[in-house]
Design a protein around this ligand. Sequence first.
Ligand SMILES: [Zn+2]
Length: 250
Amino acid sequence: MDNYTSRLADGVWRIEVGPFTNAYLIAADGHSDRDGLTLVDTGVRRSGPRLVRSVRLLGLDPRRITDVALTHWHTDHMGSAARFTMSSATPEVLVGRRDLPAVNGTQPRPYDAAAAADVTWLGRRLAAVITPGPAVASPQPLDDGDVLPRAPRAVVVDSPGHTLGHISLHLPDDGVLLAGDVVSSVGTFTRGFGFTRCALTHEARTLERLSRLEFDVLAPGHGPPVVKGAQSRLARLAQRAAAARPPSAA
Ligand SMILES: [Zn+2]
């Protein structure tokens, strides 16, 4: 294990792929690469070598990465996905159904497709410059309630807000919630970075729904895992979001 890697539960690791940016790794059999590994998010375009090195230092074979699950299309999460599909591992890429067109390249400007009122002001300004990472050929869609094919203890939870097709992964038996960018723990624990949110009307509901799940470890896309009172802290965040945006606006 290197300095960039930490263990969240048996067979579940966090890999820091860049400053404050995480990927996660799930072993299908709970400890080894025998039945395959699922990589959750891939960092930016240049994160591939560090990811591979970290997987090796865990004593695992990166060629056993059979699946890459993406929480959403942003380039700091799908950046190295295409590169992985071209490696000898040839993993399947999985993504929330509504983020599929951004990941396979058929919708290179996803912000334009979101309703204008549902995107932050800054999000609209940034629409011209924020584009997905290198497109992935034939990613497979994930829907709410699906389990990951080679990591069936991870359940897909639709969590629109940061992007329309954003998903989180709940591992109930491990007490882990991989929340993606629904929340961030860089510095303070807060909602995901505001300026890139593109489905605002969904956000409060998503926070509320995730806060009702059972977990001890809340692992975001950016920043360290939240382990102390994670569920109640998320519940408070959900309450604040609901108060800021009454349900009638949804
Ligand atoms: Zn991110």
